[in-house]
Each structure stands twice: as structure tokens, then as C-alpha cells.
Design a protein around this ligand. Structure first.
Ligand SMILES: [Zn+2]
Length: 501
């Protein structure tokens, strides 16, 4: 509840704010005073409450990040360096003010121990007051206003939201775990797929970007030239109205590779993906990633699986190995081999800290850039400059890939896992659940390129002539586009969702 004071402006709805504040008071103070059996326990409990709420309120206030399950998942899955990037002198100062001073004040409070019966009474009153908040929405239609209101309030309901979502995450991770590859439903066996081994020696590369927004590509009409190389490319079509499955990496990557749709896909992974389908049809499959391994993923379905650590090792742990262009070096020999190949390149794209994504000064075209550790302290144009520079590098990576495949029978499909908030309405980064995510966090690029030798339909040729199209597409199109462009037929291949059709 302590978190709510600095949040009033962003919360925007005074009635919901007052409701959450009242419930927070009842829940935290009520339970604390009736369940603590000694004065020191109240002080320790309050201390933990102030620190936890202090940390949570820092992120809500400065970055617009609410305490939801996806955020807890991100925290547990965060790179140590990223976590360090988020910690700052600002956070220390914030904690001193919002946790340090209140903790000191609790030592001046006289805490009187009430008789058992009186405490029991307070306990029952507290629990009774909390029942409507927890029970009523569950009895109502999920589309109703109260249900929606509760869902909106909950993420701000610190520290309850923190406790609950941490418990939910651990329960999922520890008790349920992720589903091993052997136990997933093998869609390549459940459904029939056909491939007549023609065309010969085809290469399909799916490039999954990271935090790159479709509306920041000059190819899509952005006013700054962020994709000069892609703009010069022929045989390329860009979809300007593309939406991601979610605003979270792990969820979106698994979702876009799955045959399931935005509305039916769920985690943990219960089915094999398009990688297994391609493998079963004789394609040699690769998953080369610039992301750290976080539990079980689709990588293990591929014949060749390189997550970040293995990739760095294979590249000799050089300074250049951490940049996305290096991923191409690991597919250099695969593309030279004969036979059909399906390659997934999972890039680090435009992930914060944006300046770290570019290998040298030649990509620092937009200046001044954001040089502060806390990105919300940068001016808006500094932040956007840094972000746009990262897209200049994405442009180079994609163009270099197309260059390598130009003389082969090849397709490249590029999309991002999700978009990114760049301070719009005080919100930064990504990872919000879909019901809270602003459009910036789900706005993605979707590009399809073909080499000269790749065969396409007349309709597809007409689209390429237009270069950009504004018909809406989503991550649902990825599975069907990969199969259809590669010449795979099957009972669940939906040509309406294919960008090659
Ligand atoms: Zn991501």
C-alpha cells in the first residue's frame, strides 16, 4: 500500500486508488498487529514491508513497471548485469526516504500488546473486510467491471502483489516445472505434414529480434533513417501493422514458434514447435541464440543448439562474440553445406541498455545518446537516440544475412519478440501482461525477404512490388509462413496465415 502515494498520477482513477489504499491498509496493518505476538515482531514485519514496498514503488514510479507475474519471472530470469543496471544511487536514495526513515520511526512507536481476545477480534474484522476483494470478483463474469477493476488494482497492491506473484512463479517453477521435450506432444506426429524434398538446398532463416519496435524502422515510414540498408533491398516486403503474442521474451518466442495462436498459447511448453516439424521433414535445424539459457526452451528441439554461453565459447569468447553479427558466423558453415536447412537466430537486438548493442562508434549516428545508468533520468530524445542507434545495427545484421544468402535458395523472416516502451506516459522497457501492455510494447516489425532463386507465388510477387503493406499481421503468421514458404503442406498449415501465399 505504501507504494500508492507516488503512483496516484499514473493510476489515473481516484476511486480505484482509494479502494486499493483502503484494502492495503486493512490487509497489511490489520494482519500485522493481530498476528505479531511481540513488539519486536511488529518492527521486523514493518521493516520488511517498508523495504519490499520501497523497492517495488521505485520501479512503479520511475519505470512504470507494475508488480505482476511476468515481472517476477523477468526478475528471476534477469541477467546479473541487467539487474545491476537497474540498481542505482537513485534506488538507494529512494529506499532511504521510503524505507529507512519509516523504519527508524517505528522505534519511536509505543506498541502495546493487546489481550488475546481483542487481537482475535481484529483478525476476524480484517479477514471479513478482505473477503469481498478476493472472493466477489471470482464469482463474477471476467468481463465485468469489478473483475476488470480488481485486475487493474492488483499490480499496485504492494507488497501483496509481490508475495502472491513470487509464490505463483515459484509454484510454477518448483512444483510444476517446465515440461521436458520428451513429454511434450509431438505435433509432427500428431498432424500430417508433407514435403516432397523439392526445392533442393533451401535455407529458411527466422530471425527473432529483441525489443525492436516496428514503428522505429524507416522502412515502415519512421522519419529517421534507421534502416538504410534494408530500404535498398529488393525482394523484401514489410508489414507495418504487426503485433506480438505478448510483451515478454520467453512467452513470445515460444508462442511465435508454436502452431497455437495468441489466444490459445500458454506456458509451460506442452507441444513441440515448427523446429521439430522441419526436422522431421529432413531439414537440418539450428537454434543460435544471443540469450542466456533460462530453463527448457525450443533450442533443444534443434539439431544444433547454441545458447549464449555455448555461442560465446564457439566464437572463442572474443569481444565481438557478444554482438548479433557474430551469430551469422556460426551459421556460415551450415549454409555452405548441402541440403535443406531451417535456422533460428535469436538476437539481442534493441534490448536495454541500448548503447551496449552497438559494437562501435559508426552506429552512434543519432546524438546525444543516453549515458546515465538510470534510463528514466535521460532526456526523451537521448533515450530515443540510443534506441534508434541499436536499430541501425539491426539493419546491418539483417542486410549482412541477406548478403550471405543472396545466391542461394533462401527466405529470411524477421520479427521481434515484442516492442519497447521508451518513456511514453512514464513507462519504460517491456514485460507488461497483455491487459496492461501499451501498444508500444507489442508493436513489432515483420519482414519477409527472398533470394533471387527462391520460388514465390504471383500474389507474393505483387506484394513485394509494394514493399510495405498495412494489412494486420501477428506472431500467429510465423508458424504458417515458415512451412508454406518452404513448400510444406499439412492439415494444420493455414495458407490464410502465410505471408508467402
Ligand atoms: Zn524480449
Amino acid at each position: 500500500m505504501f507504494v500508492l502515494f507516488p503512483q496516484l498520477n499514473k493510476f489515473g482513477e481516484p476511486k480505484l486508488f482509494i479502494f486499493a489504499l483502503l484494502m492495503g491498509t486493512v490487509e497489511n496493518i490489520g494482519l500485522m498487529f493481530c498476528l505479531a505476538f511481540a513488539a519486536w515482531m511488529v518492527r521486523v514485519w514493518a521493516g520488511v514491508l517498508f523495504i519490499v514496498s520501497g523497492i517495488a514503488s521505485f520501479f512503479i514510479k520511475n519505470l512504470g513497471i507494475e508488480i505482476t507475474k511476468p515481472i517476477i519471472e523477468s526478475v528471476f530470469g534477469t541477467y546479473p548485469q541487467e539487474a545491476a543496471d537497474l540498481m542505482s544511487v537513485d534506488l538507494a536514495a529512494h529506499l532511504l526516504l521510503y524505507a529507512g526513515i519509516p523504519i527508524v520511526l517505528t522505534f519511536f512507536l509505543r506498541i502495546k500488546k493487546e489481550p488475546f481476545l481483542k487481537r482475535l477480534k481484529i483478525f476476524f474484522i480484517t479477514v471479513t473486510l478482505m473477503i469481498p476483494f478476493y472472493l466477489v470478483p471470482h464469482l463474477m463474469d471476467p468481463k465485468s467491471l469489478i473483475f476488470a477493476g480488481k485486475k487493474l488494482v492488483e499490480p499496485y497492491f504492494v507488497p501483496t502483489s509481490l508475495y502472491r506473484n513470487t509464490y505463483g512463479f515459484l509454484k510454477k517453477r518448483v512444483l510444476k516445472g517446465s515440461i521436458a521435450l520428451e513429454q511434450r506432444q509431438r505435433i509432427e506426429e500428431v498432424y500430417a505434414f508433407e514435403f516432397d524434398r523439392q526445392p533442393k538446398d533451401m535455407t529458411f532463416v527466422l530471425v527473432i529480434g529483441e525489443s525492436t519496435r516496428g514503428d522505429h524502422l524507416s522502412l515502415n515510414g519512421y522519419e529517421r533513417t534507421t534502416t538504410p540498408k534494408l530500404e535498398k533491398r529488393s525482394n523484401l516486403v514489410s508489414y507495418t501493422d504487426a503485433t506480438s503474442c505478448s510483451a515478454r521474451t520467453i512467452f513470445s518466442v515460444a508462442c511465435l514458434l508454436s502452431h497455437k495462436t495468441l489466444s490459445t498459447f500458454s506456458m509451460p511448453l506442452s507441444d513441440t514447435s515448427v523446429i521439430s516439424v522441419m526436422k522431421s521433414l529432413g531439414f537440418k535445424t539450428y537454434f543460435i541464440s544471443n540469450h542466456r539459457k533460462k530453463g527448457r526452451s525450443n533450442c533443444e528441439e534443434a539439431d544444433v543448439c547454441f545458447m549464449q554461453a555455448e555461442k560465446n565459447k564457439a566464437l572463442g569468447n572474443t569481444k565481438q562474440a557478444k554482438y548479433d553479427l557474430a551469430l551469422l558466423d556460426l551459421m556460415a558453415s551450415p549454409t555452405e553445406e548441402e541440403g535443406n536447412k531451417f535456422i533460428v537466430l535469436h538476437t539481442i537486438g534493441s534490448h536495454s541498455n541500448y548503447n551496449d548493442r552497438i559494437p562501435d562508434e559508426s552506429y552512434r549516428k543519432f546524438r546525444p545518446t543516453c549515458e546515465r545508468a538510470s534510463l528514466y533520468r535521460c532526456e526523451s530524445d537521448e533515450l530515443v537516440n540510443s534506441y534508434d542507434n541499436s536499430i541501425l545495427y539491426v539493419d546491418t545484421v539483417l542486410d549482412s544475412l541477406m548478403e550471405r544468402l543472396e545466391d542461394k535458395n533462401a527466405f529470411v523472416l524477421y520479427t521481434s519478440d515484442h516492442g519497447e516502451s521508451l518513456g511514453e506516459k512514464g513507462v519504460y522497457l517491456h514485460s507488461k501482461p497483455n491487459f496492461l501492455a501499451p501498444s508500444e510494447q507489442r508493436d513489432i516489425p515483420m519482414l519477409l525477404w527472398k533470394s533471387k532463386a527462391a520460388r514465390i507465388t504471383e500474389d507474393h510477387a505483387q506484394r513485394i512490388k509494394k514493399k510495405t503493406l498495412d494489412e494486420p499481421v501477428t506472431h500467429d503468421h510465423v508458424f504458417h509462413t515458415i512451412l508454406d514458404c518452404s513448400g510444406v503442406r499439412g492439415e494444420i498449415v493455414d495458407k490464410k496465415l502465410s505471408l508467402c501465399n
